[in-house]
Design a binder for this molecule. Sequence first.
Ligand SMILES: [Zn+2]
Ligand SMILES: [Zn+2]
Length: 348
Amino acid sequence: MLGIGLALYSETVGPGDSRYPWGGGIIPEMRKHYFLDNYCIIAAERRKRPSDFVVAKPASDDTSTCPFCPGHEDRTPPAVAVYKGGEIVSDDEADRIEDWDIRVMPNLFAAAVQSPTPPTGQWIALPGFGYHEVMVDSRDHFATAADFSRDHMELLLKVYRDRYIHYRYTTGVNCVSLFKNSGPESGATLKHSHSQVVALPIIPPIMKQEISAIEDASFCLYCNVADREMASERLITRNDSWILISPFYSQSPYEMWILPRTHLSNLEDLSQEQMKDLAALLRDALRRMKVLLDDPPFNYMFYQLPYGYHINIRVQPAVTKIAGLEKSTGVYIVPVSPEEAASELRQA
Ligand SMILES: [Zn+2]
Ligand SMILES: [Zn+2]
């Protein structure tokens, strides 16, 4: 019986309260993660339409104040890598390259920086160590990743791969987080399209949980998920190397996962063909989401480790709020079932 707790409040939380879309009664359906001890609530009986998730767009930014727009290269630190016509060139403090396709630079407001003196005391404190870079991944101030051409998406994945490999072999780095925030509700502070890479000295608990579940099973749980979801109603589309699914356990409505059909741990393991296929499927996923939800704010995240893991990419439209329940329990309310989401995304 999963409705304990919330069901007790049915007298005070009535139907129509949007925080409790099931009307304060019994939780309609709770789902467990494929193999972790994580749960989400599927609250789909009060059916929502894609238009219910459309978020008002902020006014267009003024490009004259945007530090990422072409011609404003001197407003950021010099790039650590500039991609131009398929080549990597280095930037120069005095003479910044202006005709770039993608610029990679240290984040001015780094979330992880190097500091020689860790705090000491009774509690465990890690030394401040890590790297945070931002990639300006389009010259167009108004483009989102869903608008990228196939060639440009292939270039972006090449940049991701290069930065991943760079940090994978950097001493002291144990996890490379690669992600994109797009739109203000996603956490992005600038409108101009960008991606980020954060290299951390720790393996985050969620990754540890996954590795330990995979080790306990003595086979790759993600390979198993990919095999089973290939023929399920949650499959959105697939190509020769990858599948796109609405995961059985979701954290947001219209969440999508991209999984390789064969076992690959990280971007470094990908062949040219697999890179091309991933670019095609990521682009396809973003296009479907843009069409169905009218260009929503979103995040996508690459989950990967050097060994013993199965790379996966998760795309989450940022259309619901992470509030008290999610923060206190890690249990997410998902107001559209993944099966319905897949059906709509297939047709988008
Ligand atoms: Zn701009
Ligand atoms: Zn696998």
